[in-house]
Design a protein around this ligand. Structure first.
Ligand SMILES: Cc1ncc(C[n+]2csc(CCOP(=O)(O)OP(=O)(O)O)c2C)c(N)n1
Length: 330
């Protein structure tokens, strides 16, 4: 773990953000296992340091785009828990009225432009948000979170090109968790992902994505560069997902693409536990404080999830009227 001379309150806020993501995801994992989810979920467990470290630098009006693995970014940007759970549960009070599900959680008011089932789909949308922020002239920035698989999509090159030319206030954050669905990143991506920024003259940094302080530092530089009009930065955060590509994948995969031993080994560098250990060792928090925080967050998560699970299903007529509006708009 990188250590840093930041006020304890800021470092505890990072821990809180990671913990909140972890507990939300663990609740959803349990919900899936119990057969209580109407659709698929792709969990972010193991990658929390990336969302927390980057989003710590974002202001309420800054914007982000996310992926099919999008709950962590939503939570780190300050999205409310109850509408998140309600959306994943398909309920009427969901953030998209229960019609979007896990892969579409969004809260435009909070700058969360949405999770996205199209791999790489958020990259150019974030460039558009960065262009809007640049035109507004208020120092806003946009962040595109995407995976290593998405970085093999042509849209990354196009976005690097135009954002470099126009000096867009954009942070391209690749979460390299080692896999694209069930394929190791090496069979999907030629060369180093960070090197993709080179031909466009965009600065790039590869960081230990399980080290929240290292991510925080890289993001601090990238966000400052973007806010001051110097253009985009690519961050490649090397991390690992502890859960499957999608919950329940063991039920349909014919063979395993990674061993239980590998996962157990990688869990030894769990970003949340490493940071917890660091906070204690650096005397930034004591055991009692951390346990109190853990129990407060687990109550907050359980309450939000339980309330969401009790909400009604959406009325099909709402869908009809939304489709009607969309048809008129087109
Ligand atoms: C355009 C497109 N192509 C293919 C898919 C199928 N697909 C869903 S997730 C995924 C892998 C994405 O890997 P990565 O970008 O590394 O994200 P991760 O799942 O590791 O978070 C693929 C190929 C898709 N959803 N969209």
């Amino acid at each position: 773990m990188t250590s840093i001379n930041l006020p304890a309150s800021e470092q505890l806020a990072l821990f809180r953000s990671m913990l909140l993501i972890r507990q939300v995801e663990e609740r959803l994992a349990a919900d899936f296992k119990a057969g209580n989810l109407p659709g698929p979920v792709h969990l972010y467990i193991g990658q929390e340091a990336v969302a927390a470290g980057v989003c710590a630098h974002l202001r309420p009006n800054d914007q982000l785009t996310s992926t099919h693995r999008g709950h962590g970014h939503y939570v780190a940007k300050g999205g409310e828990l109850e509408p998140l759970f309600a959306e994943v549960y398909g309920r009427a009070t969901g953030i998209c009225r229960g019609f979007g599900g896990s892969m579409h959680v969004a809260d435009v008011e909070r700058g969360i432009l949405g999770a996205n089932g199209i791999v790489g789909g958020g990259i150019a949308i974030a460039a558009g948000a960065a262009l809007a922020a640049q035109m507004d002239g208020k120092g806003g920035v946009a962040v595109a979170f995407f995976g290593d698989g998405a970085s093999a999509q042509g849209v990354l090159s196009e976005t690097l090109n135009i954002s470099a030319l126009w000096k867009l206030p954009l942070i391209l954050c690749c979460e390299n968790n080692g896999f694209s669905e069930f394929s190791p990143s090496e069979v999907v991506n030629a060369g180093a992902i960070a090197d993709r920024a080179k031909p466009f003259g965009v600065p790039a940094k590869t960081v230990a994505g399980n080290d929240v302080i290292a991510v925080w530092q890289a993001a601090e530089e990238a966000v400052a560069r973007a806010r001051s009009g110097h253009g985009p930065t690519l961050i490649e955060a090397k991390t690992y997902r502890f859960h499957g590509h999608v919950e329940g994948e063991g039920n349909f995969l014919k063979e395993l693409y990674r061993s239980e031993e590998e996962i157990a080994e990688r869990r030894r560098s769990d970003p949340l536990l490493s940071f917890r250990g660091y906070l204690l060792k650096a005397r930034l928090a004591d055991e009692t404080t951390l346990q109190a925080l853990e129990s407060e967050i687990s109550q907050q998560v359980a309450r939000a999830a339980d309330v969401a699970a009790d909400q009604p299903w959406p009325e099909p007529s709402v869908l009809d009227s939304l489709m009607l509006k969309a048809t008129h708009a087109a």
